[in-house]
Design a protein around this ligand. Sequence first.
Ligand code: FES
Length: 139
Amino acid sequence: EEEEKISVTFVDKDGDETHIKVPVGMSMLEAAHENDIELEGPLSRLGTLHLRITRLGRACEGSLACSTCHVILMDMEYYNKLDDPTDEENDMLDLAFGLTETSRLGCQVIATPELDGLRLALPSATRNFAVDGFKPKPH
Ligand code: FES
């Protein structure tokens, strides 16, 4: 039987889009790594280290011990489809670079059928181009 997949678009700092298919049940962090999309751009040293650890399979993933998987949902409609972040996720998000009203941690966003068409921006993108609805969140 065929594995169900949804369409997800990642938008980088230059506005370039990468379209991928993500199996239902997979986190956006895993999906990004499987498709060589670096979520950790702005935190180069820490990010590279984190990516290596992740590739070795010893990620913080799921344990909410970092914020390098920060992604921004480009459409409020999709943001509202997600369960509310836990207190632990909010604590980590507070440490994230470029926090917005629709920020989430990529390891906590799990593909579900209703997220088909999801568009995610990397935090570095918000410095370079305007996206509808982006509001920096006051710390
Ligand atoms: Fe560390 Fe998401 S991978 S919080």
